[in-house]
Design a protein around this ligand. Structure first.
Ligand code: CAA
Length: 258
């Protein structure tokens, strides 16, 4: 698939996907989301890749779903095509880690897309918000649910009902982002973190992601049980033997992803 709305490159074992509709502040049109989904699944299927970074521009990670595209839709169009779900949730099928590197605006669908990644590294310039209420609608790609899980009911209500933005500091304080870095260093830092993850044993990395994600979908006791089963299964890998031998022998492990 030739891409017109995103850029893709591979740096070592990391796939970098850059949203690239600068004139529309990376508004997430259907063609862009189809391309993003395609690139994510390609990276997930590529045995050379261990981690994926999704980023935007200095000014905007993404300013939301494309308002010009959706403005004339009627209920039947939106319902029948399952608007916003179809295509958008491809990212949730990706089994390798996906890091969102966010600078500038991450609004509406942009904030929702970032929240669908595994974690968010924010530039100090980042601004997060769910401003859909200003357009006479509400978040449509999981914002009311995921933001509430990240930042709690009070702050999520505040943001979804008033449409106000959160700056990077508030986002970090609230648990929405994992760390803040100076804007000029954002991509380098995100690639460094992704490279570190990509150097680890892929089966354990993928199971770690699966285990953490499970905590959102099940009870504590079932989640712990699920974690324990995955933990036990990793003792069947060569990488577990290598990782522990390397620790005991005071050397760096060499993982083979098996
Ligand atoms: N959709 C389509 N186009 C958008 C867009 C969007 N979400 N956001 C920005 N653009 C376009 C603007 O229309 C403008 O295009 P033109 O030059 O052709 O007019 C261009 O990007 C630059 O935008 P601005 O001139 O507005 O830039 P600014 O710096 O003055 O303001 C901004 C930046 C505050 C982010 C402002 O653009 C803005 O408020 N954007 C919309 C944010 C929003 O409401 N997002 C939610 C969308 S709905 C949604 O996402 C639903 C969902 O849950 C999935």
């Amino acid at each position: 698939m030739a891409y017109e709305n995103i850029l893709t490159e591979t740096r070592g074992s990391v796939a970098l996907i850059t949203l690239n509709r600068p004139k529309a502040l990376n508004a997430l049109s259907s063609p862009l989301m189809a391309e993003l989904g395609d690139a994510l699944l390609a990276a997930d299927a590529n045995a050379e890749i261990g981690c994926i970074v999704v980023t935007g521009s200095e000014k905007a990670f993404a300013a939301g779903a494309d308002i010009k595209e959706m403005q004339s839709k009627g209920f039947a169009d939106a319902y029948v095509e399952d608007f916003i779900t179809s295509g958008w949730e491809t990212i949730l099928r990706v089994r390798k880690p996906v890091i969102a590197a966010v600078a500038g605006y991450a609004l509406g669908g942009g904030c929702e897309l970032a929240m669908m990644c595994d974690f968010i590294i924010a530039a100090d310039s980042a601004k997060f918000g769910q401003p859909e209420i200003n357009l006479g609608v509400i978040p449509g790609a999981g914002g009311s649910q995921r933001l509430t899980r990240f930042v709690g009911k009070s702050k999520a209500m505040d943001m979804v009902l008033t449409g106000r933005n959160m700056d990077a500091q508030e986002a970090e304080r609230s648990g929405l982002v994992s760390r803040i870095v100076p804007a000029a260093d954002l991509l380098d830092e995100a690639m460094k973190v992704a490279g570190r993850i990509a150097d680890l044993s892929l089966p354990s990395v993928m199971m770690a992601k699966e285990a953490v994600n499970r905590s959102y979908e099940t009870t504590l006791s079932e989640g712990v049980r699920f974690e324990r089963r995955l933990f036990h299964s990793l003792f069947a890998t060569e990488d577990q033997k290598e990782g522990m031998a390397a620790f005991v022998e005071k050397r760096q492990p060499v993982f083979k992803n098996r």
